[in-house]
Design a protein around this ligand. Structure first.
Ligand SMILES: [Zn+2]
Ligand SMILES: [Zn+2]
Length: 659
C-alpha cells in the first residue's frame, strides 16, 4: 500500500537522524507539504475519502459530533490517554512519538471507524512532542480534517476540563492554566455549532470554511520558553498559552540570535559588556560595535523603522505622510475617505503599506480575515468597531503622545502579519529584514530590548483592547495590562526622533512637567522632531555626550541613516547623543552638562558616565539628579540569560543550562 510506503519513508528518515529525529520528522513533513505536489494531492484525496465515507456511514445523530464521533466518545478517549504513563526520557519519548504517529497514519486510511483511534495516536504524540503548537500546525496540514478536528477537540477538552485523575506536568505536554484559558472561552459550543460540524462533513454541501480549524502562533516568545496561540475551535476563538518549548530549541535559538542579528550587511554587531551600578552590582549591557573601519561622515548603515508615527500635532494637518513621515507638498496628499486620526499619505504605496501593517486593524473597517474564515457567531458589529476606534483615536489625540500610538501600531503590525499568515496572504512585512535568517518574529526582536518601567497605563490598554476585540473577538486577550506597560516602556526607552535638516521650530511647547514630557533619542531635541520611530538595531546604540555617530534622515523619510561622526576602527563602540549635547549660547559648560544630564535622567533614567561628563565634572558641583544609577531594565528572561553568559555572540564556551 502506498500509504504504508509513505510512513515508512518518514520513519526511515527519522530513524537515520536519531538524535534530532523529532525535528527531522517535523521538517520532513513540512518540506513534503510545501514541495511535493503528489504528497499534497494524496493527502487531499485521503481526506476527501475519509470525509465521504464518514458521512455515508454516519446517520444524523443528536448532540455534538465530529464526523460520527460524539463528544462523549472523545471525552472517554481523552480520559484514557490522560491516564497513560508518559515515557520519562527524551529518547523514549521520541520512540513513543514516532510509533504513535506511524500508527495514527495507518489508522487514518482505514475508514471512519478508525478515526477516533487515529486521533488518540496523534494526541499521544502531541503530549510528548517538545513543541506541541508547531506539531499542531503540522497536523493541521497533514492529518485528514475529521481526525484533526477530533485531536483539537481533545485538546479543547483537555484545557477546559482538567483531569481529575492525573497530573499533567509532563515536559512537552500542553500546559495551560485555567486562569489563562477559561476567560478566553466565548460561549460553550451550541446547538448551532454542532449543525455547523454536520455541514462540514456533509459531502453534498460546499465545505464550510467558516468552521475550519485554525491555529496560529501569535506571540512567539522563545526566550520566555512560551508561546501564545490564538486557536479557532468550533466557533470560538481561544487564546492559549503554551509553556515549555523544547529546551533544545530555546538553546539554539537564543544562542543563535546574535549570529543572525543584526544583518551582516549593516556592518555592525552587538557586544555584551559588563558595567557596574553605584551599589557595585554588575549589569550586562549590550552595545553596538563597528565591524569595519569608517571615516568621519561615512554612512554606517540604513535602517527602516519597525513602526513610526508622526507627532500628534502634525497628524491631520496633511503636511507629512503618516506612514513614511515624508514632507508632502501642498495639495498632493492622498486622503483616505475617512480616517479617525486624519492621516494622509505621500503615495499609494504608503497608503497600502500602512493599511496592511496596522491601519486597518486599528482604524479601518475591513474584516481582518476573509469573511468566510470568520464564523458567523463571531461576526463583529461594524458599529461597535467604529465606536471603539473613535474612543481610541480620541484618547490618542488627547494624550498628544507618540508612545501609545507607536505601541498600537506595533501590536497592529504583529496582529496583521499573523492574520495574513492565517489567511495565506503574503504579508507586507517582507521589506523588514532584521536578521539573516533564523526565522525570528517581531516579538523575538522586541523582547531583547531594554525598557523603562512605566505606571498608570491602564487607560491605553482598555482602548486598545476594545479596538482589537471589535475587529476580531478574542484578539484583545493578546493585550494584558502587563504586556501593554512593557511595550510602552520599550518604546519610551528606544524610540528615535525623526528630524529633517536640523528639525522644526513650530512644535507646540509641551505643557507637561519636565519629568513627564515625552522624549525620544535625538541630538536635535524632541521639540524639533516631526515624528518618532522604533528601530531595532539602532536601539542597541548607547548614549554618549561625545558620540561617535549621529542619526540622519537624509532620504527625507523615517529611514534612519547612521553616520560616523569621527573615524571609527573595526571593534569601536558606536554611540549617539540621545539629547542635545551642544553648549548653548550664554550657557557655561557646567550648565550645559547639568541640562543634558537632567534630560537623560528624566528620559532614560540613567546618570551619564561618559568621559566628557567625567572631565567636565566640577568638584564643587552638587548634582541633584533624579536618578543615581541606570534604571532601565531588561525582561527577566533576558537578564537570566545574560547572567549565564548565554547571549555572547558566537560563544562556543557558553554553558547555558535551560531546564
Ligand atoms: Zn509616504
Ligand atoms: Zn555624558
Amino acid at each position: 500500500m502506498s500509504s504504508t510506503n509513505r510512513t515508512s519513508t518518514v520513519l526511515t528518515i527519522a530513524g537515520v537522524t536519531a538524535v534530532s529525529g523529532i525535528l527531522a520528522y517535523a521538517l520532513y513533513f513540512d518540506y513534503k507539504r510545501r514541495n511535493d505536489v503528489s504528497f499534497r494531492k494524496k493527502l487531499r484525496k485521503e481526506k476527501k475519502k475519509v470525509v465521504k465515507t464518514a458521512a455515508q456511514a454516519a446517520p444524523e445523530s443528536a448532540g455534538s459530533t465530529i464526523g460520527h464521533v460524539s463528544d462523549d466518545e472523545i471525552r472517554v478517549a481523552l480520559e484514557k490517554v490522560r491516564a497513560e504513563e508518559v515515557p520519562p526520557t527524551p529518547q523514549e519519548k521520541e520512540v513513543f512519538f514516532l510509533s504513535q504517529v506511524q500508527m495514527g497514519e495507518q489508522l487514518c486510511v482505514q475508514g471512519p471507524a478508525y478515526q477516533l483511534p487515529a486521533a488518540m495516536c496523534f494526541y499521544r504524540g502531541l503530549r510528548v512532542y517538545p513543541s506541541p503548537v508547531e506539531l499542531l500546525m503540522i497536523y493541521q496540514n497533514t492529518v485528514p480534517e475529521p481526525i484533526f478536528k477530533i485531536v483539537m477537540q481533545m485538546m479543547n477538552m483537555d484545557v477546559s476540563e482538567p483531569s481529575s485523575s492525573t497530573e499533567h506536568a509532563e515536559e512537552g505536554h500542553l500546559e495551560m492554566s485555567e486562569e489563562e484559558t477559561s476567560p478566553s472561552r466565548r460561549g460553550p459550543p451550541s446547538e448551532t455549532s454542532s449543525q455547523e460540524w454536520d455541514k462540514v462533513t456533509d459531502p453534498d454541501s460546499q465545505p464550510a470554511v467558516s468552521t475550519r480549524l485554525l491555529s496560529f502562533i501569535f506571540c512567539h516568545s522563545i526566550l520566555a520558553s512560551s508561546i501564545s496561540v490564538l486557536v479557532l475551535i468550533n466557533d470560538a476563538f481561544f487564546f492559549v498559552h503554551v509553556d515549555r518549548v523544547s529546551a533544545l530549541q530555546v538553546k539554539t535559538r537564543i544562542e543563535g540570535y546574535y549570529n543572525y542579528f543584526p544583518p551582516k550587511a549593516m556592518n555592525v554587531s552587538v557586544k555584551s559588556i559588563e558595567t557596574r551600578k553605584a551599589d557595585g552590582s554588575v549589569v550586562i549591557k549590550k552595545i553596538l560595535i563597528a565591524n569595519q573601519d569608517f571615516k568621519a561622515g561615512d554612512e554606517i548603515y540604513k535602517e527602516p523603522p519597525v513602526v513610526a508615527v508622526l507627532d500628534l500635532d502634525l497628524e491631520g494637518k496633511g503636511t507629512h505622510c503618516s506612514y513614511c513621515l515624508r514632507h508632502i507638498d501642498e495639495g498632493l496628499a492622498i486622503k483616505p475617505d475617512s480616517d479617525l486620526l486624519g492621516s494622509v499619505y505621500c503615495s499609494k504605496d504608503c497608503q497600502v503599506k500602512a493599511k496592511a501593517q496596522s491601519q486597518n486593524i486599528l482604524f479601518g473597517s475591513e474584516p481582518p480575515l476573509p469573511a468566510e474564515m470568520i464564523p458567523d457567531s463571531v461576526q463583529e458589529s461594524s458599529e461597535e468597531r467604529t465606536k471603539a476606534q473613535k474612543a481610541f483615536a480620541e484618547s490618542i489625540k488627547e494624550s498628544g503622545k507618540s508612545v501609545p500610538l507607536l505601541v498600537a501600531r506595533f501590536v497592529g503590525r504583529q496582529v496583521e502579519s499573523e492574520l495574513a499568515k492565517m489567511a495565506s496572504k503574503s504579508s507586507e512585512d517582507a521589506d523588514l529584514k532584521l536578521s539573516d535568517g533564523g526565522d525570528y518574529t517581531l516579538n523575538d526582536h522586541l523582547e531583547r530590548l531594554r525598557y523603562l518601567e512605566l505606571s498608570n497605563t491602564e487607560d491605553q490598554t482598555k482602548h486598545l483592547r476594545e479596538v482589537l476585540s471589535a475587529a476580531l473577538p478574542g484578539l484583545e486577550q493578546f493585550i494584558t495590562d502587563e504586556r501593554q506597560a512593557m511595550l510602552l516602556g520599550k518604546m519610551a526607552y528606544n524610540a528615535y526622533g525623526v528630524c529633517f535638516a536640523g528639525g522644526r521650530d513650530d512644535k507646540p511647547a509641551s505643557t507637561e512637567r519636565p519629568e513627564d514630557a515625552e522624549r525620544s533619542r535625538t541630538p536635535y531635541g524632541t521639540s524639533r522632531q516631526i515624528g518618532s520611530g522604533l528601530y531595532v538595531v539602532s536601539s542597541y546604540v548607547q548614549h554618549s555626550c561625545e558620540p561617535s555617530a549621529r542619526p540622519s534622515f537624509a532620504s527625507g523619510t523615517s529611514e534612519l541613516h547612521l553616520i560616523a561622526s569621527r573615524d571609527l576602527k573595526a571593534g569601536d563602540e558606536i554611540t549617539v547623543a540621545y539629547v542635545d549635547v551642544t553648549q548653548h549660547e550664554g550657557e557655561s559648560a557646567v550648565e550645559a552638562r547639568r541640562r543634558r544630564r537632567f534630560e537623560l535622567a528624566r528620559g532614560w533614567r540613567f546618570a551619564c558616565t561618559c568621559d566628557r561628563c567625567a572631565k567636565e565634572a566640577e568638584v564643587s558641583e552638587v548634582d541633584d539628579l533624579p536618578v543615581k544609577a541606570d534604571e532601565s531594565k531588561v525582561e527577566q528572561t533576558v537578564q537570566r540569560l545574560d547572567e549565564q553568559g548565554g547571549v555572547v555572540p558566537g560563544s562556543v564556551e557558553s554553558t547555558l543550562n535551560v531546564d
